[in-house]
Design a protein around this ligand. Structure first.
Ligand code: G6P
Length: 609
């Protein structure tokens, strides 16, 4: 989704802005631009396509100057063209970059047009730009103009504004779209994601909802939504841990798949011993609340939603609490009933997904016992606004298709299951068995990764396919869904997942030799049922790819290819079986030559509705 970078410095900032944009590329975008105040004039360059196009133009037309803003745009209002790309200018005096959506832009546009403002683009952002200019024209300072504009617009924004007549400062504002200020020495920065600024600083201030800040080289003044001047905490971020480097890998996605054993170790560290969960890991007061928890409501989107679906099986089987799982964009727009003693749990890699955040805010008004977020990004909106948080510690995930964030979410959810179960239905032997399985999990993932070259060979058979079906039962059903999502996301092959028992109620009609069927088959109590489902498919001429435990009694032959997966404890099998499905979608995408890390039309972090 859109990205913002801004700087106020004594040195030329164009290269810092471009590097910031490169580091935000993973979020998804279709055009990019920057504006810098050079010798008292605004110099702006915008290009459709990759940041590289913009960087090439900047290199050809040297742009000097210490105050500037830059943007990657993911089109919402107006198609992805140069004239719709940010920054937008008003009267060649002020430049604006903006993430989010101004909802009342039509009314404001009509008023501004009536006041003589001409529009160059189809964007809602240009409305904000002229509005700020109009307030400056009426005698307000840049800061006052932005504060007044913030009160006039409705919708979501993270925005940064520069004024050529006031070239030593930048004003930024946040409401519904994240912004972080990076503190330098004699220079300061802003970005929509701290990752953009890690080459220049490790000290960050996360702006709160409704904040407006005036940033100069030496000073930062922050005003809250009431206009009162406030101090916000400075956070130190370990830049090394957040390396955005592909290392030896061709794609971030592959690097992130291979990082999973390490990431899982990080998730477990200090939280689990071989006999049980450590105390206090969900924050002060959480465990005291556990006896009151009777129900868990999980809300999330995309891959994070699949993690929630797996956890439903776990909560009800091991922790003795009922659990419902819902897609955030649905939850936020329906009337729901809150059972007594319900804990609201949001799951999110980014912590900024607009629908999940809106669902949390709604839940906070609806009588839930408390809210917990399972999240990968420290300081993100979900983390700051939830009562409790549990960090997945996967490290920055760059590939749009989520991999290590998903498996660490599952590990985190299992730790939550243990914590709840301890006070409820879980016997201590069962608790110890789950802990032992979790401790062995990094090793199991390493073993699952050994199937890489076998899966790479198998991927050749998918490259010319247009559809695929994924089947699983029990807690492997959501894993089949996640496998299908991965394949769709990066290889653009239409894929659907079904609970294997549901096959005969419709999808079986689709099965023929052109429809590969992928089955996840650990050796669990549902295995016999799954065998019957597989036979139904075989009898109809499909080619089957079965990821199975070696004891699961599946044999390779001309209609069925069996890929052995390391034997695993049932409880962690969903995590282990995720690995071959990630590898499969990766290799199919590579063979098809798609943009693996930044697939078309997708964004890493969806901060608009
Ligand atoms: C986007 C991403 C998905 C992700 C989903 C939810 O659609 O492309 O990979 O699963 O958002 O994101 P979150 O950050 O809330 O987990």
């Amino acid at each position: 989704m859109c990205g913002i970078v801004g700087a106020v410095a004594q040195r030329d900032v164009a290269e810092i802005l471009l590097e910031g944009l490169r580091r935000l590329e993973y979020r998804g975008y279709d055009s990019a631009g920057l504006a810098v105040i050079q010798n008292g004039e605004l110099q702006r360059i915008r290009r459709v396509g990759k940041v590289k196009n913009l960087a090439d133009s900047v290199a050809e037309n040297f742009i000097g100057g210490g105050t500037g803003i830059a943007h990657t745009r993911w089109a919402t209002h107006g198609e992805p063209t140069e004239r719709n790309a940010h920054p937008h200018l008003s009267n060649e005096r002020i430049a604006v970059v903006h993430n989010g959506i101004i909802e009342n832009y039509k009314e404001l546009k009509a008023d501004l047009q009536a006041s003589g403002y001409g529009f160059q683009s189809d964007t809602d952002t240009e409305v904000l730009t002229h509005l700020i200019h109009q307030f400056i024209d009426q005698g307000l300072s840049l800061l006052e103009a932005v504060q007044k504009a913030a009160k006039t617009v409705t919708g979501a924004y993270g925005t940064a504004i520069i004024d050529k007549q006031n070239q030593d400062e930048m004003v930024v504002a946040r409401s519904g779209s994240p912004l972080v200020i990076g503190l330098g020495i004699g220079e300061n920065f802003v970005a929509s994601d701290q990752l953009a600024l890690l080459p220049v600083t490790s000290r960050f201030i996360y702006l709160e909802e409704g904040d407006v800040a005036r940033i100069s080289r030496k000073e930062i003044e922050i005003f809250d939504k009431t206009g009162a001047k406030v101090e916000r905490k400075v956070n130190l971020v370990d830049a090394k841990a957040d390396s955005a480097d592909k290392g030896e890998y061709r794609h971030y996605m592959m690097k992130e798949i291979y990082e999973q054993p390490t990431c899982v170790r990080q998730t477990l560290e200090g939280r689990l011993t071989s006999t049980g969960v450590e105390k206090g890991i969900f924050g002060n007061g959480f465990e005291e609340m556990v006896p009151q928890i009777k129900n868990v409501t999980i809300v999330a989107c995309g891959t994070s939603y699949h993690a929630g679906m797996v956890a439903k099986y776990w909560f009800e089987q091991y922790a003795g609490v009922s659990c419902s799982v819902e897609i955030a964009s649905e939850f936020r727009y329906r009337k729901f009933y809150v059972h007594e003693g319900s804990l609201f749990v949001s799951i999110s890699q980014s912590g900024e997904t607009a629908d999940t955040l809106a669902a949390l805010r709604l839940a906070q008004e609806q009588g839930y016992l408390s809210s917990l977020t399972i999240c990968n990004v420290m300081g993100s909106s979900l983390v700051r606004e939830s009562d409790f948080n549990f960090m997945t510690r996967a490290g920055t995930e760059i590939g749009v298709a989520s991999t290590k964030a998903f498996t660490t979410q599952l590990v985190s959810l299992l730790i939550l299951v243990l914590t709840l179960g301890k006070h409820k239905a879980l016997a201590s032997e069962a608790e110890q068995a789950i802990c032992a399985a979790l401790m062995q999990l990094p090793g199991k993932i390493e073993q699952a990764l050994l199937a890489n070259s076998e899966i790479e060979d198998l991927a050749e058979e998918f490259a010319d396919k247009h559809h695929a079906l994924f089947l699983g039962r029990g807690d492997q059903y959501p894993i089949a869904m996640e496998g299908a999502l991965k394949l769709k996301e990066i290889s653009y092959i239409h894929a659907e997942a079904y609970a294997a028992g549901e096959l005969k109620h419709g999808p079986i009609a689709l099965i023929d030799a052109e429809m590969p069927v992928i089955v996840v088959a650990p050796n669990n109590e549902l295995l016999e049922k799954l065998h019957s489902n597989v036979e139904e498919v075989r009898a109809r001429g499909s080619i089957l790819y079965v990821f199975a435990d070696k004891d699961a009694k599946f044999q390779s032959d001309e209609t069925q290819r069996v890929i052995n997966v390391v034997p695993t404890e049932d409880i962690v099998a969903p995590i282990v079986y995720t690995i071959p499905l990630q590898l499969l979608s990766y290799h199919v995408a590579v063979i098809k030559g798609t943009d693996v890390d930044q697939p078309r039309n997708l964004a890493k972090s969806v901060t608009v509705e």
